[in-house]
Design a protein around this ligand. Structure first.
Ligand code: AMP
Length: 306
């Protein structure tokens, strides 16, 4: 059983207080897939131009990420660049060149359509819905969105997330989507829109999982050095859904196992934290499953109390 991941595959230019890189592999689907592949087989859906480098294909393929759904067309790959503030909590986008991504209209290969797990990265809500409609055997589906879609494509987004089991979103977006400043009330309002499970990401401060009437607070890992936070949210999503897919977790009577969801959120935090330790996707070139599990146990140790 595999996880289908949809989203941008990109080249990024990033400047943080630790350095500047003009062009490196990035994209939401890239980060999600690299993180999830530690837990479950992944099949990626995306689009790149003819400038997409063989070594980048090789990195993804070396993680056994199925690339049958990665379209390659004439033109340039999506390019995004941004610069971070001194504390790295804020980021300013300098450039977004959609390039071949402007014509992205995902059509899933036959070998993808029967899979049970789906993570919809942050793309236009109508495209997210179109991908979901191509997967008749889905057991668990959800994804991510951003302020632009919430503001400018609200009705389309509401129609899309109505069919999701879970939504991952950051705190300011949760407030924007719900129209509620109080996070607890915002969560209840969003759960009423469709996704019964909601994960509100709070950057370096961790995440809150809302499920049914309850909630669970996951801290962020206290890193000594954050080199580049780009992709941390996507890696969180990859760790979260990758863990659930790898365990074969699916709703029963509409509900997901709360203990598995808690572990999934911690694996999300673990993968987000590793992502920040090096520039771009570099940490994933050497990261091992043993290191991931060790950090998971560290989370247990530093949050347990009686
Ligand atoms: P994150 O830091 O988790 O928000 O993810 C950053 C990644 O998202 C970068 O690698 C970018 O290439 C990608 N990205 C930035 N803007 C967009 C956009 N408008 N649509 C899709 N992907 C984007």
């Amino acid at each position: 059983m595999s996880l289908i991941v949809v989203g941008s595959v990109a080249y990024d230019g990033v400047e943080t207080p630790h350095g500047k890189i003009d062009r490196m592999l990035g994209g939401a689907a890239t980060y999600i897939s690299l993180a999830a592949a530690y837990f479950t087989p992944v099949k990626l859906v995306g689009i790149v131009g003819d400038d997409f480098a063989d070594e980048d294909v090789e990195l993804l393929a070396s993680r056994h990420i199925d690339l049958a759904g990665l379209e390659r067309v004439p033109g340039k790959t999506f390019f995004w660049s941004g610069v971070y503030s001194a504390d790295m909590n804020d980021r300013t986008t300098l450039r977004t060149d959609l390039n071949v991504f402007a014509d992205f209209n995902p059509k899933l290969p036959e070998t993808y359509r029967g899979e049970p797990y789906l993570l919809l990265g942050n793309i236009q809500p109508a495209l997210q819905r179109s991908v979901q409609s191509q997967m008749p055997q889905l057991k668990l589906a959800g994804g991510d969105t951003m302020n632009y879609w919430i503001h400018d494509f609200r009705e389309e987004l509401l129609e899309t997330i109505a069919a999701w089991d879970f939504l991952l979103i950051n705190d300011s977006e949760a407030r924007q989507l719900s129209g509620q400043h109080n996070l607890r009330r915002a969560a209840a309002r969003i759960q009423g829109m469709g996704p019964r499970t909601l994960v509100v990401k709070r950057g370096e401060y961790g995440a809150v999982l809302f499920h049914g009437d309850g909630h669970f607070m996951a801290p962020g890992y206290l890193l000594e050095d954050v080199f580049d936070p780009t992709g941390a949210g996507d890696c969180f999503a990859g760790g979260f859904i990758g863990y659930l897919a790898g365990r074969g977790v699916q709703p029963s009577g509409g509900n997901l196992d709360p203990a598995e969801l808690r572990r999934a959120v911690i694996y999300g935090s673990v993968m987000g934290s590793f992502c920040c330790e090096k520039f771009g996707v570099d940490r994933f070139r050497s990261l091992t499953r043993a290191e991931i599990d060790a950090r998971f146990r560290e989370f247990q140790t530093c949050t347990a109390f009686v």
